[in-house]
Design a protein around this ligand. Structure first.
Ligand code: ALG
Ligand code: ZN
Ligand code: ZN
Length: 324
């Protein structure tokens, strides 16, 4: 059933206006207000980093990704799709979250996500630290019920509290499991590695229902086998993908707050994502880009391509539904 959508407004044509000119939106796409306030996919910044345990700076991540995304082109050969022609993708600006009050910021982010989801958009959020995944998942679960979660990260982020605080960048997924907003039959971490506080971290995580594909598993088994296994686990459930850029090795993503050696490459991440095309991706976040520790936009370029693959998965699905 097609809903006779208007033709999507695409990015600024970089053969007419140099790609480095003008203010940055994601991929030089129109702002949401320039397309009548609704879009199929809303790219939205969440400049919040008051939940970090180590280096701050992810509040600047969204705008760094927008700047680095000027070089993205409209056709994605890896998925044989023109994501910005198949669906209206627009830049919805930033959510204004209180940097001095984490609880209030979490509420603000949830409410802003509710408003965008209510317009029918899927969200591609550009973080921000990983704290923001919790309010985003709350909002998505209100719409879709408990969702499958695919979590790319060096870290588990299922720890309990830091300094007594419940809402931090190391704890969003434990809170989400406690709140019953995740489908515990389809929870996976990918790229996990590095020292933990104790073996109990892994036991607790497994009890919550998570399966783990470590960074070393990706190297040993290869991207196709990993993507196949993840696709099988996810099935046709509504899926949320949360990507912490520190899933990449610090060589591929130095600009982040809690770097861990031995990570996957940007090529591996992009290929695993491409292998998930066809999944029912309802929204995604990309967090923990901290440009102050970056060099030559290494991290924000990797992040911009990662968000491009995610928006392509969403657009292809929207396009396929429209042509039914
Ligand atoms: N979500 C990220 N990036 N890091 C969590 C690290 C928590 C810790 O310092 O133990
Ligand atoms: Zn992490
Ligand atoms: Zn994380």
């Amino acid at each position: 059933m097609s809903s006779a959508p208007r033709e999507p407004v695409g990015p600024i044509d970089s053969s007419r206006i140099p790609r480095y000119a003008g203010p940055a939106t994601f991929a030089r796409l129109p702002r949401l207000d320039e397309v009548g306030g609704t879009a199929d996919v809303a790219v939205v910044g969440v400049p919040f980093d008051s939940g970090v345990s180590y280096r701050p700076g992810a509040r600047f991540g969204g705008n760094a990704i927008r700047e680095a995304s000027r070089l993205l082109r409209p056709y994605n050969p890896a998925q044989d799709a023109s994501p910005f022609a198949l669906a209206q993708v627009a830049d919805a600006g930033d959510i204004a979250a209180n940097p001095f009050n984490i609880n209030e910021a979490v509420e603000t982010i949830e409410a802003a996500a509710d408003d965008l989801l209510a317009t029918g958009a899927r969200l591609m959020t550009l973080g921000g630290d990983h704290t923001i995944a919790l309010p985003l998942l709350r909002s998505v679960a209100k719409k879709h019920g408990p969702v499958a979660l695919l979590h790319f990260d060096a870290h588990l982020d299922t720890w309990d509290t830091y300094f007594g605080a419940e809402y931090t960048h190391g704890t969003p997924f434990r809170r989400a499991v406690e709140e019953g907003i995740l489908d515990t039959s389809a929870l996976s971490h990918v790229g996990t590695r590095g020292p933990l506080y104790g073996k109990k971290d892994l036991d607790d995580d497994a009890k919550m229902g998570f399966g783990i594909v470590t960074s070393a598993d990706v190297m040993r088994r290869g991207v196709d086998e990993v993507a196949d296994q993840l696709r099988q686990r996810i099935g046709d459930r509504p899926l949320y993908i949360s990507i912490d850029i520190d899933v990449l090795d610090p060589a591929h993503a130095p600009g982040t707050g809690t770097p861990e050696a031995g990570g996957i490459t940007s090529r591996e991440l992009l290929e695993i994502l491409r292998g998930l095309a066809g999944c029912h991706l309802v929204s995604a976040d990309l967090v923990e880009v901290a440009p102050a520790y970056d060099h030559a936009e290494i991290t924000s370029v990797a992040a911009s391509h990662t968000a491009y693959e995610l928006t392509t998965i969403m657009s292809r699905q929207i396009g396929a539904q429209r042509s039914l």
